[in-house]
Structure formats: C-alpha cells, structure tokens
Write a protein that binds this ligand. Structure first.
Ligand code: ZN
Length: 267
C-alpha cells in the first residue's frame, strides 16, 4: 500500500515570522493527503526492544503530573502524537497530545516559563515523558531501510543507515525517565516560534547546540534557552539544542512504560 505523509493540525509559523532555511523548506514542501497509518505500521518488524509488564514499577505514574496543570500557559505541539515527525505516523504509546513529567521536573520548568514570560516568550513543548514503547517504535523505524517517507523533511543529508550509529535514535531515551523535555521558545508578540536556526528533530549538524552556521540572533536565542534551563536546574546535550534533562532527576534508572495520556496520571 502506498503511504502518505499527512501534516495534521500542526499550525506552522505565521506570516511575519522568519524561520530558518530548513524550517521554511518544511513548511512549503509539506504534502497533504489522506492519513494512512495502520497498514504499514502493522507490516513493520514487530519485535519490541523490551517487554515491560503492567503492574511493574515502570507502570507507576504516581510521581508524574500533567505539565499543563503546573504550567497552564505552556504551548504543546506533541509531535509524536501527530504525523509531523520523522516516522510520519503517530508513535506507539502516545494516546493523547499531552505532556507528562515528574513533579520535580514540572516544577522546575515552571520557573523557566515564569522567567521567559517577562521577556515576551512562552515555552513550547514538543515532547516530555516518552513511553518505552515509543522508543521501541523509533528503533523499528530506523532499522527499516525501505521506509524513507519523511527523508526530505528530517534527514535529507544523511543515509538512513547512519541514524542509529550516529545516536539520533537509541534503544533507550532519557525521556522515558520522565525528567527530560524537548522545547523551544514562542515569541508572543510575533505569534510564532523563535528562530533557533534549526528545527526540532532535524537529523543533521544544524541541531548541534554549537553549530557554527547560525546567525548572531539565532545564537543569542539558543543561548537564552540554554541559560534559562540551566538556571532552573536542567542541563542540555551537545547534539540537540532543544533537549534538556533535570540535573537531579528522581528516577535516573527507571524507563517508564505507561501510556502518554491524562488517564495515566489520574486526570
Ligand atoms: Zn529530547
């Protein structure tokens, strides 16, 4: 069956916003067609990387909260619930477009939100807690060389076979520990994302925090995001300007498996 790439209800940058070259390419080349997920997803290699059973500690969401209960002003663009991600379909484990995090992480992130609010920005979250089965889905996708549906949007410059070796996708993700978040800043006066000189989940050099090809203004904004996150107790990683983990994360060794849904946290 032919597969289609459907950009669902993602509202991309509005008039008056200046995105980076790559981001503009994504916006203007987006193909809209009928959503088709199930048939090909079912045909993909089926072996999960790990099997975690309900009732185990990995399913205990007691210490997690709905991020928007703590930070009502946060903007959510949960890409793995949508089809606008590198797989091109909704990711396993994402039952609702919500953001969950540990209580400690959400409280720390609230400090960031409060701080940037005074500067004219709102935080915009692409992903927070990520169920292990979602990570397993990424691995199945990365191991399938025939599936290049989203290549032009997320990895046009590298062979798909290098995605796992280069670490863009791994069998475990810090996101599954519940204290990691992918985010950017949203400019309230312009009504669009801040131009960071690169787009979320881009598999390429532009995603490196220290990428030298950004403009002075893009550098300033990357530095600002990094600074406010560090001041709130998070640390970033060199390879992704948008990715941060709480320094003293409460579950450093647990990779949770409950679904990304309101029900998981009793809401
Ligand atoms: Zn991340």
């Amino acid at each position: 069956m032919r597969r289609y790439f459907y950009i669902s209800a993602i509202v991309l940058c509005l008039a008056g916003c200046k995105g980076g070259k790559r981001e503009n390419a994504v916006q203007t080349q987006a193909v809209t067609a009928a959503p088709a997920v199930t048939a090909d997803a079912a045909a993909a290699p089926a072996e999960p990387v790990d099997v975690v059973l309900p009732g185990t500690p990995e399913y205990d969401a007691t210490d997690f909260v709905l991020v928007t209960d703590v930070i009502p002003e946060a903007i959510l663009e949960i890409r793995y619930y949508s089809t606008f991600n590198f797989v091109g379909s909704r990711i396993d484990g994402y039952e609702q477009p919500v953001a969950l995090m540990t209580k400690e992480s959400a409280s720390a992130l609230k400090k960031v939100s409060d701080k940037v609010a005074g500067m004219g920005y709102t935080i915009k979250i692409f992903d927070a807690y990520r169920p292990q089965k979602a990570v397993d889905h990424f691995i199945r996708w990365a191991a399938d060389p025939a599936d290049t549906l989203t290549r032009r949007y997320f990895y046009p410059d590298i062979p798909k076979s290098t995605i796992i070796p280069r670490g863009f996708v791994a069998t475990k993700s810090g996101h599954s520990r519940g204290s990691t978040v992918d985010l950017t800043l949203f400019d309230k006066s312009k009504g669009c994302d801040v131009d960071m000189g690169g787009s979320f989940d881009w598999f390429g050099d532009e995603s490196h925090f220290d990428y030298a090809g950004v403009t002075a203004e893009q550098r300033r904004m990357r530095n600002l995001l990094n600074k406010v996150m560090r001041e709130a107790g998070f640390h970033g990683i060199p390879g992704e300007w948008w990715h941060f983990t709480l320094n003293n994360e409460p579950f450093p060794d647990t990779y949770f498996a409950f679904p990304n849904s309101m029900a998981s946290v009793g809401r």
